[in-house]
Write a protein that binds this ligand. Structure first.
Ligand SMILES: Cc1cc2nc3c(=O)[nH]c(=O)nc-3n(C[C@H](O)[C@H](O)[C@H](O)COP(=O)(O)OP(=O)(O)OC[C@H]3O[C@@H](n4cnc5c(N)ncnc54)[C@H](O)[C@@H]3O)c2cc1C
Length: 294
């Protein structure tokens, strides 16, 4: 840990969440405390003092606070959904069957998962930040508090705009994500690939059927980890050719281009060509799994 800062304020009211010059928000600190202090940051504002309910569910859907830890996400919403594809996983929250897998995709130790937050994961905007793939597949919107006392909503699928880039202005706070009730009962699926069993996720595909499954529904797929920012594609069940065409559009230019930031991501966890091949395989598996009506 290399934490050379001057102040830590514990936020207890909304006014406390207005950042002063040099301050940054502190979620669980699992990233901030594991890296050199970001340039220009001299103070932290601890959001856990806000005491937000980690999650709640009612007739309008699921709400997950920015400060909800990944452990709370698994033990709460994650426990409402059955395992995807498992017999009996047909309840009103079956879409949440992918929560546990999406959290596992981060390969965090239990100690880190107890502290790391959903808001911190989304705000970092790392390609391997699996909360974007989870909540984009669940059709969630992010509720963002603006520093002047207002709020705005952004689809989670559009929140991450590039590797380490998010659509949050300075001092904007990720208050919560909201999953609409309609999405909670739909079928979801999850696939991931990494170079080693416990390695960082290099390609992840999450998917959801719309309109309750069946041949008339559509399958929405969210591609993450292999691309700088989430790529969302939608095809009819069984339309593997169309899926191939859309995946071919990643990195293409002009009318065939798919994805806001065209191209495949590259780092030590996988080459672009391998990531592209893995993504294609996983996406077809998800389409197969969700393409049949249940
Ligand atoms: C062993 C280990 C493995 C990891 N593996 C992965 C991985 O596979 N993929 C991955 O993406 N990350 C990974 N991380 C990074 C990090 O731990 C996670 O992304 C975690 O979810 C960050 O959450 P946090 O609450 O600890 O964020 P913090 O460290 O508190 O904050 C991270 C950033 O988000 C900002 N922030 C926090 N909360 C909010 C909010 N509510 N609104 C606006 N901004 C906010 C902070 O200012 C900071 O810039 C790993 C970390 C460790 C230690």
């Amino acid at each position: 840990m290399d934490l050379d800062i001057n102040t830590v304020r514990i936020a207890r009211t909304r006014d406390d969440c207005v950042l002063r010059p040099g301050e940054a928000f502190l979620g669980g600190g699992t990233f901030l405390y594991s890296e050199p202090v970001p340039a220009g940051v001299t103070g932290l504002v601890d959001l856990t003092g806000m005491g937000w309910e980690p999650w709640s569910v009612d007739g309008s859907g699921l709400r997950v606070a920015g400060t909800c830890t990944l452990e709370e996400l698994v033990s709460g919403p994650g426990s409402l959904g059955g395992s995807p594809g498992a017999p009996g996983a047909q309840g009103p929250y079956r879409a949440l069957g992918i929560v546990r897998e999406c959290v596992s995709a981060l390969t965090l130790s239990p100690k880190v998962a107890r502290t790391a937050t959903v808001g911190g994961n989304l705000a970092l905007g790392l390609p391997a930040g699996s909360m974007a793939g989870l909540f984009a597949a669940l059709d969630a919107v992010a509720v963002v508090w603006t520093p002047v006392g207002g709020s705005r909503e952004v689809p989670v699928s559009a929140l991450v705009t590039g590797a380490g880039l998010v659509g949050l202005a300075p001092s904007e706070l990720l208050r919560e994500v909201r999953v609409p009730a309609a999405a909670l009962g739909q079928r979801t699926a999850f696939r991931r690939a990494a170079l080693t069993p416990n390695g960082r996720t290099a390609a992840m595909v999450t998917g959801r059927t719309s309109a309750g499954g069946g041949v008339s529904s559509r399958v929405l797929l969210v591609l993450t980890a292999s691309v700088p920012a989430p790529v969302v594609v939608e095809v009819a069940p069984g339309e593997h050719g169309e899926l191939d065409r859309l995946i071919d559009g990643i990195g293409a230019v002009g009318a065939d281009a798919v994805g806001a930031d065209a191209g495949w991501f590259e780092d030590t966890h996988g080459t672009p060509a391998w990531r592209a091949a893995m993504t294609r395989r996983l996406a077809h598996e998800v389409l197969d799994e969700l393409g049949g009506g249940v």
